[in-house]
Write a protein that binds this ligand. Structure first.
Ligand SMILES: N[C@@H](CCC(=O)N[C@@H](CS)C(=O)NCC(=O)O)C(=O)O
Length: 219
């Protein structure tokens, strides 16, 4: 049975963004069952977990003694098992991988810079100075991506792991209206979120924090 590590608790802003839900989504698209390995902060620091994930982070994927960390590597591994995530021809596979890597290395850094200012440094003087340039760079990246998606449903001629990764990156901006400013991007994210596999993955992820969310609402 496949096992996926998840965090027992995360702050409200992180619910719906923790990188394990990407893997859940890939597993759902591939029709593969899995169980959760729920981690406390102590578990993250334990030697057996660090042996699998040197940084103590989630996700870790385990299957019959085989362990893998890094969400992109895990999702590519799952994609090898299912044509639902990646075409079988060599060029189609290469293009799907290209978009997964573009999401993680060309778009995620621009998104992360803005979300760091929003969630961690908002009140810092230096952050106020840094914000205009950071947001301008993000808008440029989003505009370039929107150009690619103009007149297309997906980044290539079908849904692949590249779309899965790109959409999870774009969803990290859902507390702001950047994506809404680009109709092609907004429609793309909506199209992906309508996929039953995405909905099952997100629901399972959020279910972990439902009790905490109820307690916070009641406080
Ligand atoms: N590059 C890694 C990043 C993993 C990562 O940032 N995990 C975060 C949750 S989204 C985490 O485990 N944070 C807890 C910690 O660092 O202690 C991946 O994509 O798997």
């Amino acid at each position: 049975m496949i096992s996926l590590s998840v965090l027992k608790w995360v702050p409200p802003f992180a619910r719906g963004s923790v990188k394990e839900y990407r893997v859940r989504w890939a597993l759902e698209e591939a029709g593969l069952a899995y169980q959760e390995r729920v981690l406390t902060p102590e578990d993250q620091d334990a030697a057996d977990y660090r042996a699998m994930q040197p940084f103590g982070q989630v996700p870790v994927y385990e299957e019959d003694g085989f362990c893998l960390f890094e969400s992109g590597a895990i999702i590519l591994h799952i994609a090898e098992k299912s044509e639902a995530l990646m075409p079988r021809d060599a060029r189609g596979r290469a293009r799907a991988m290209q978009w997964l890597l573009a999401a993680q290395t060309s778009v995620q850094p621009a998104v992360d810079q803005v979300t760091a200012l929003d969630f961690f440094y908002e009140e810092e003087e230096w952050a106020k100075l840094r914000r205009p340039g950071t947001e301008e760079f993000l808008m440029r990246r989003l505009g370039q991506l929107a150009g690619r998606l103009e007149g297309r449903d997906w980044l290539e001629d079908r849904f692949t792991v590249g779309d899965l990764m790109m959409v999870t990156v774009l969803r990290d901006l859902r507390h702001r209206d950047f994506v809404a400013g680009f109709p092609a991007l907004a429609a793309y994210v909506k199209r992906a979120e309508a996929r039953p596999a995405f909905q099952r993955a997100l629901a399972a992820h959020l279910a972990l924090y439902a009790e905490a969310a109820r307690a916070e609402a009641a406080a």
